[in-house]
Design a protein around this ligand. Sequence first.
Ligand code: MG
Length: 259
Amino acid sequence: MNKNFSNCFVLVITTLCIYSNANAQKKEYPKPDPMTPNMTEFWTPQPKIVTPGKSSETVIPAPSDAIVLFDGKDLSAWEDSNGNPAQWVVKDGIFTVKPGSGSIQTKQKFENFQLHIEWRSPETVKGNGQGRGNSGVFFQGIYELQVLDSYDNETYANGMAGSIYKQTPPLVNAMRKPGEWNTYDVIYSAPVFKNDGTYRIPPTVTVLLNGIVIQNNTTIRGTTPYIGLPETVKHGAGPLSLQDHGDLIGFRNIWIREL
Ligand code: MG
């Protein structure tokens, strides 16, 4: 093979390769249909109902080493998602969602913690399913522990009160009646990430509702969206946030201990 012919041969092969690569990039593969909300809603089994022990009308004060996030006075520990003062309504030692004003979050950011928070849905029942007494507690501003009036109000099990939203239903339904106070006691471990942004250790959580274990060292599989599957989003310390879902959920006695 003479040198010119050889050079020409290499050029033709290279050109063919580039052409074929360009064609491969143009190749279209089937795309999945867009997901709809009901694709991640699981209705059965419905967690069995457990009646919690009698509620106490006396607020149990925070322990000495806790960071008090709300003690009945004001929302100075909180802000809206733009960093402006929280607009929710403080009255008679509790605060209530101000519908339309948006979610609120703590000014302070957290990683691992023990959290105590008390909440109640309005005594006058309005709406049903997800439209009754909906709010949420977001760990590190990302992972939702659902707040819902789940007393005599069925919805998908992985969306009821105490669920890790659209992931893990509570072990049992230990709700008190609308208008009565419920307590969440939470032990949360923040995720650890690899350099590539995936979980080395995913977040985990244990939750007691009214003194009854409803999440037992549950692995949180990622974000908790209304539509779609959990995703892994790399993050650092984050606030505790509370959801404005348009319902008049009241909160009181909120404190946290960093672990
Ligand atoms: Mg919610």
